[in-house]
Write a protein that binds this ligand. Structure first.
Ligand SMILES: O=C(CO)[C@H](O)[C@H](O)COP(=O)(O)O
Length: 232
């Protein structure tokens, strides 16, 4: 069984008011915060790193009763290098790109040995079957629905067969989609079986983030229910 998980991407936040905006997301019903770490090498953009995660963790301590999960999407070369620092800064999940490592199995072990959940992402040009041998050991698979590097891009519906194949093969796996998700594109992602939705622009720029988060959740729950997979 799986749950709907809505993870606003803080890349779309006003960085001058980051802490405040993150509280607003959790207060609006977000389950996770999606934290995009970019190194200017694996992707053509630089965003944020361990010092910002550390500050956010001080602002949003881990809690049994309130949402506080930090989902760190590592768009970096040499992902092995940053595992200890992200763990120390307060990351809960470490998503590396399949394309960025020679030894994904060893990397999954390293991430888990640092007390984090391990997830693996594929870029649009990477076939999803590279994830199949890893899936049993992963806490989540991420199917990118834009080329990684920038927020506000157009959703790629042609990635949906990847999501559907993963859901067919691994019914209980957390399957995340990231890039261009919002009210027009959520039906396709939900129908394909995605249960973890990253949305930056759609949620942060919404007049009512709470309403947007609920809209995304409703679409996911409807599909999971129809598959008999919804963890209520
Ligand atoms: O990983 C990312 C970019 O590489 C972002 O998380 C993603 O693009 C979300 O932003 P938006 O919802 O605005 O498309």
């Amino acid at each position: 069984m799986v749950k709907s998980i809505i993870a606003p991407s803080i890349l779309a936040s006003d960085f001058a008011n980051l802490g405040c905006n993150c509280h607003r997301m959790y207060d609006s019903g977000a389950d996770w915060l999606h934290i995009d770490v970019m190194d200017g090498h694996f992707v053509p953009n630089i965003s944020m790193g361990p010092p910002i995660i550390d500050s956010l963790r001080k602002e949003i301590p881990r809690s049994e009763t309130k949402a506080s999960f930090f989902d760190c999407h590592m768009m970096v070369s040499e992902p092995e290098k940053w595992v200890p620092e992200i763990a120390k800064a307060g990351g809960d999940q470490y998503t590396f790109h399949y394309e960025s490592t020679k030894d994904p199995v060893a990397l999954v072990k390293l991430i888990k040995s640092h007390g984090m959940k391990a997830a693996c992402a594929v870029k649009p040009g990477t076939p999803v079957d590279v994830l199949y041998p890893l899936a049993e050991d992963l806490d989540m698979a991420l199917v990118m629905t834009v080329e990684p590097g920038f927020g506000g891009q157009k959703f790629m519906p042609e990635m949906m067969p990847k999501v559907e194949s993963l859901r067919q093969k691994f019914p209980e796996l957390n399957i995340q989609v990231d890039g261009g998700l919002g009210h027009e594109t959520i039906p396709a992602a939900a129908e394909a079986g995605a249960n973890v939705i990253v949305a930056g622009t759609a949620v942060f720029k919404a007049q009512d983030p709470k309403e947007m988060i609920q809209l995304l959740r409703n679409a996911v729950n409807k599909n999971l229910k129809s598959r008999g997979l919804l963890d209520e």
